[in-house]
Design a protein around this ligand. Sequence first.
Ligand code: NAP
Ligand code: MG
Length: 497
Amino acid sequence: MEATQAVKTLKNYINGEWQAPSSDRVEDVINPATGEVIGKIAFSTKEDTERAIDAARQAFDSGVWADATTHERAAVLLKIADLIEAEAEELAKAETIDNGKILAEAEFDVADAATCFRYYAGIIMHPDGETYHVPDNVQAMVVKEPVGVTGLIVPWNFPILMSVWKLAPALAAGNAIVYKPSEVTPMNAQRLFEIFEEAGVPHGVVNMVVGDGPTVGQTISESHEVDMVSFTGSTAVGREIMKAAAGNLKKISLELGGKSPNIVFADADLETAVDYGLFGIFFGSGQVCSAGSRILVEESIYDRYVERFAERAQLIKVGPGLDPTSNMGAIVSEKQLNRILDYIEIGKSEGARLVAGGKRVVDNNLDKGFFIEPTVFADCTPEMRIVREEIFGPVVTIQKFSTEEEAIRLANDTDYGLAGGVFSGDGAKALRVIKKVRAGITWVNDYHPTYVEAPWGGYKQSGIGRSLGKYSLEEFQEVKQINIRLSVEPNGWFPAE
Ligand code: NAP
Ligand code: MG
């Protein structure tokens, strides 16, 4: 459907200038709640991308940002945070229109984005070096330096937040940046880069290239002028990036997919465990890498849990993100919608018991957008594809276990290791079990909330490295030792005559 008013065609931001991508390929950006065209995205070429990389290289090598004092960098980051906050409402609304999530979620994302810039403005003001007392009358010290030109590639599920999780620490550490938003949700990125300009980030330090993964993303990942690539997205693309990065052995940080277990013991508070079970999977319409997509329930409460969970899943009102009565928003795109519907069919054909949802939502004009009912499969078994593969939608599987050992074994029976939760009234057992879950982001009697201070990332095929906290700053830094001899004289190892 064509929108009646003129829509904006996104541009690249290269070396401080807004430039139209040089290719003729232009596609619509869609509001997934209505199917309306909300923008146009031109697909940048390899040459456009290389121009952005060159700009970043020159800006980095000039030292304009890398050599700025931490006071100077922090001041810019704080200004960015203020500017984001000043237009939080507009940014949240734009995020909802682009991605489909409900406004309350988008508001959290925008608030967290401002917090993230403030956090990194603060952390770089702390001392970050080390000194060592070593032999030979040498003073040894360790200093941190920016990595150089960093390529940042992000997905569509949290467009602004996933971008800021990379942009804030990369900038704080003094790097130059070539950033690529997802082609599916690129709208807020333009505003974010205007904010960078307003806040005084020097030209060439942050560059944005709009376009697709196989061209723009691949060029960034392969380029020998790029020193590091930080990627959030699927495990399949993460693997491609790792291969492409091998050419110049660039540093990589990969935040990938998940299939995270949420373990419920019989001694848990049932209503709390059901409540967080729903929140774990249906928040963000399940398009969340850390979603608690595999619920494991102890057999003595299994039937009650399933019944109550299905009952409450059916109470979730699916609808447009801008409608304040909606509890769960749209799926990001038609492609993703069809992928999820396919998985629902696979679940049925594998013999899982569908106890709630299972269909596309089409009533009340929702057929123009992409909506799916909160979908619950019970009596799932470990070999089912719906249990093994990341669906990335509002579809949860429930399995039964009978012992603590079995719960741990089932929880870890996955190629992924991003997140996990345990619900129990027995504190010692909960801690014992969560420590055995092979995942980087975990909760006890809780699911989903995380904080900018703490490391975000996965074990196994959920990624390499950690976002957020001091960990992310360190990923965007190189570490150098400097040894200074305190007595300037020859060491005489080789003959002098
Ligand atoms: P995706 O298909 O892997 O895409 C992610 C980004 O990579 C997009 O910008 C995409 O570009 C780009 N890309 C695609 N092919 C590429 C290539 N060959 N080289 C370089 N870049 C390439 O993931 P998505 O569908 O957007 O997002 C969903 C996935 O992200 C899920 O698997 C989810 O678990 C994961 N995720 C993980 C985290 C985490 O923190 N661990 C957080 C959020 C999401 P275009 O799409 O624009 O072509
Ligand atoms: Mg969109």
